[in-house]
Ligand binder design. Structure first.
Ligand code: PEP
Ligand code: MN
Length: 338
């Protein structure tokens, strides 16, 4: 349930109203102060809140029922776009952000060189996995804490904030120390204990869609993080499983405008894991920008053939640079900057 307040309701009146509602109905309130209008979202068991009674309160202009199960992630709760700040890089403010780097951090020199190259090509965030959730237990599992350390060195050298994947709540202390944005991967999108743990942090979270999960399930996972108090969530479409075998996954481009309508959270697209092959990454990236993505996450490696994970889909730095150039043109064509 959302209470749209009368124009010009003073902050102290909003605070008093929230206190009253919380104590009377044992629910939580979520006030959003807009330049035009203030709305108060009610979460919890709102069946206890009689619509007629709250509609009659002095400050209330109208009551909007939220049918969807995701409340805090709902665009109705927070009409303006959320802007997430990752160490000074803003996501969701109208521009298009590019996050790039290798699938896995493989060595100190490797990540240092790739970080410098993606920066040069226009990336403003550096990705790289240190804890790798691999399908095979015999595949490279990541350099773990050592990898985080190399990422930090690369950030110190380039200034690019670090985006890296967490796979277990026990890693949280390390991530608080090293990461600028925590990635929750497709395989962990419904690891609810992990979602609650990152929700208790204030670090921005890049939440990737599970390959067999619906858009609504993605939003419910975001709701877990938001409901623990962390408002800094960016969603990421990275392809889903379908009957099609020509690509590793099917990139659900329609998820972008659907999400933009349903939620205020920024939306990224990862064309690398969707495509699974390097030659398809550029066209999918351009399409993602055209359809309104707030950012791209792209895998780049200095020698993809030798990569320890996802070798077939990683771009060479020069291929990545060409992609960014073209993506700039697409962004400009729809009035956005990159
Ligand atoms: C990754 O970003 O390297 C990754 C494993 O992605 P996803 O969780 O989307 O498969
Ligand atoms: Mn990968």
């Amino acid at each position: 349930m959302i209470l749209v307040l009368k124009h010009g309701t003073a902050r102290d009146k909003v605070d008093a109203l929230c206190e009253l509602l919380e104590s009377k109905y044992k629910i939580q309130t979520n006030p959003i102060y807009g330049s035009e209008q203030t709305v108060v979202g009610l979460v919890g068991d709102t069946s206890r809140v009689p619509e007629h009674d709250v509609a009659c309160l002095d400050e209330v202009e109208r009551v909007v029922k939220v049918q969807e199960p995701y409340k805090r992630a709902n665009r109705k709760f927070h009409p303006a776009d959320t802007v997430v700040n990752v160490r000074g890089v803003t996501i969701g403010g109208g521009g298009v952000v590019v996050c790039a780097g290798p699938c896995s951090v493989e060595s100190r020199e490797g990540i240092a060189g790739i970080a410098a190259a993606v920066k040069e090509a226009g990336a403003t965030l550096l990705r790289g996995g240190a804890f790798k959730p691999r399908t095979s237990p015999y595949a490279f599992q990541g350099l773990k804490a050592e990898g985080l350390h190399y990422l930090k060195e690369a950030r110190d050298a380039t200034g690019l904030p670090i985006v890296t994947e967490i796979t277990n709540p026990s890693q949280m202390d390390l991530f608080e120390e090293y990461a600028d944005m925590i990635q929750v991967g497709a395989r962990n999108m419904q690891n609810f204990e992990l979602l609650k743990e990152v929700g208790r942090s204030r670090l921005p979270v890049l939440l990737k869609r599970g390959f067999s999960n619906s858009i609504q399930e993605l939003l419910m996972s975001a709701e877990y993080i938001l409901s623990e108090g962390n408002p800094n969530v960016v969603l990421c479409e990275r392809g889903i499983r379908t009957f099609e075998t020509a690509t590793r996954n099917t990139l659900d481009l329609s998820a972008v405008p659907v999400l933009k309508a349903r939620t205020h959270l920024p939306v990224f697209v990862d064309p690398s894991h969707a495509a699974g092959v390097a030659s398809l990454v550029e066209p999918l990236a351009l399409a993602a920008v055209a359809v309104g993505a707030d950012g791209l996450e792209i895998e780049v490696h200095d020698c993809p053939k030798k990569a320890l994970s996802d070798a077939s889909q990683q771009l060479l730095p020069e291929q990545f640079a060409a992609l960014v150039e073209k993506a700039r043109g697409v962004a400009a064509a729809i009035g956005r900057s990159l």
